[in-house]
Each structure stands twice: as C-alpha cells, then as structure tokens.
Design a protein around this ligand. Structure first.
Ligand code: ADP
Length: 258
C-alpha cells in the first residue's frame, strides 16, 4: 500500500511517499511554503520518482502550518503529532525531539512507544527559530546553509545578547562595524538561537536520546551549541527536515489500514 504525507511549512513544502508504512520510496523538498504554492510541485516530484500516479495512493495526510489551505488531502494531522511519529521512525530511541523550523520551535517528549507525552512550543517570537537565522544570513549576505561551517571557524564567538530579532539585527550590524570577525558573529547568532531553544527544552525536561528535526537541524552551528547548552548529545540525520512529512505519511498508513 502506498501512502503520501505532505508538510506545508512556512518556508518549505516537504513530501514523502511511503510503501506499507515502512519504506520511504521517494521524498521531495520545495523551497516554497504556504502562500507560494509548492504543494503541486512537491507531490508531482514524489510521484515521478516512485513511478506512481495519484490513483495508486491509498491515503494522503497533510500537516504543517499551511495544511488547512490545501484541499487535496484525505486527512490532516497536527505538526506536533507528525514530528513525533516521523522522529520515532527515524530514531526509535529518541525520547526528546527538538524541532526548529522556519517560524517556530518545539520540544516534544516521547514515551517508550514513541507517543507524544508532552511538548512546549515557541511560535510567538522569531528569535530561536529559522526566521532569526534567515534574517541574520540576509544581513551577512550569505546563504543560510553556510552558517554552520562559518560558525565552526569561530575562535571567540560574539555575544549577541538581545532576545528580540529587531534589536539583535542592530547588534549584529554594530559588531560587524566594530570589526568583529564574521565567523565570530555567526557563532554568536547560532549560540543565541540555541540559548533560546535550550530554555524551552529545560522547561519541558530533556530526556535522552535527543533528536533534532526541522530545517535548522542542517545548521551544525546551532546543533553543536545546543549540545553545549544542554550537556547531552543531540543527534540528527540528513532527512530530519522531512520528519513532519514522514509522520504524515505514517499517519496516512494507519488511517488507511483501519
Ligand atoms: P517550515 O516547515 O516552517 O518551512 P523547515 O523545518 O523547513 O520550516 O525549516 C526552515 C528553516 O531551516 C529555514 O528558516 C532555515 O533557517 C533552515 N534551513 C533550511 N535549509 C537549511 C540548510 N541547508 N542549512 C541550514 N539551515 C537551513
């Protein structure tokens, strides 16, 4: 049986095709979130990769910020449940999931069967989310994918103390004007996101193993800063940004099987 999961996020749309609730057949990521429609492109891509058409798909589940605006799905699931399911599949031993996406950050506790047992979330403030990193990368005129390797070159991370994105932006500009090396500024930016998310994680309680999902999991500077802040290993995998779409496809399999 083929099931499809789609995660319509604030910045990217992700899609996963699953066979028999166990094997990932195809996955896609389109750099367009809610508003700019990447849904059709993301779905088309997994259909082409897996050599299937929509008629072969037993059930489709949508998740993510934009899920209500897409009428093509048979069902929907919250982002929290989708990430819990997807991360349990990717790392069964995970008991804490740290998900940092384009506009929010979530810390989810999982029980031994992978079920969500609690969560905390920041969806009110851009600091501590991918949005903060996107804004800072814009000021530095570098790609967001370059931040991790730049932070790794830092010898003395700058202190970015403002907790508000707008004030932090001025702080970064004045650090650069004062001659602080760019890698140190970038490391300070990554540390700032990690500090915000660690505070969230401590509120929820951190139980190992810890798995990081969402697009910011690709940023090694933030992941390593989280490890330092929390004093635990924070694991991730190349498909961590697909966790929500994968969870939606797993949920679709469950729904189609009952
Ligand atoms: P959403 O589901 O809200 O669209 P994602 O989980 O896809 O969010 O994460 C998007 C965020 O991930 C972006 O704001 C960006 O900061 C970060 N990101 C995306 N791709 C990369 C990359 N290659 N390297 C580092 N960070 C990335």
């Amino acid at each position: 049986m083929y099931t499809l999961g789609i995660d319509i996020g604030s910045t990217t749309t992700k899609c996963v095709m699953l066979r028999d609730g166990a094997e990932v057949l195809a996955a896609s990521l389109v750099e367009a979130g809610v508003g700019a429609d990447g849904t059709a492109e993301a779905v088309e891509s997994v259909l082409v990769q897996s050599g299937l058409n929509m008629a072969a798909v037993a059930y489709t589940v949508a998740t993510g910020y934009g899920r209500k605006r897409w009428t093509g799905a048979d069902g929907e699931i919250s982002e929290l449940s989708a990430h819990a399911l997807g991360c349990h599949f990717l790392m069964p031993e995970a008991r804490t999931v740290i998900d940092i996406g384009g506009q929010d950050a979530k810390v989810i506790s999982l029980d031994d069967s992978g079920r969500m047992s609690g969560f905390v979330m920041n969806d009110k403030c851009a600091a501590g989310t991918g949005r903060f990193l996107d804004v800072m990368a814009g000021i530095l005129k570098v790609g967001v994918d370059a931040l991790g390797s730049m932070a790794a070159r830092s010898e003395s991370p700058a202190d970015i103390s403002s907790t508000c994105t707008v004030f932090a932006e001025s702080e970064v500009i004045s650090q650069l004007a004062n001659g602080t090396p760019v890698p140190d500024v970038v490391a300070g930016i990554c540390n700032s996101v990690a500090a915000r998310v660690s505070a969230l994680a401590r509120r929820q309680g951190v139980k190992e193993a810890v798995y990081m999902s969402g697009g910011v999991a690709k940023n090694e500077g933030v992941r390593k800063a989280l490890e330092r802040e929390l004093g635990v290993t924070v694991s991730t995998s190349p498909d961590a940004q697909l966790a929500g779409a994968l969870g939606a496809a797993l949920n679709a399999y469950r729904k189609a099987s009952t």
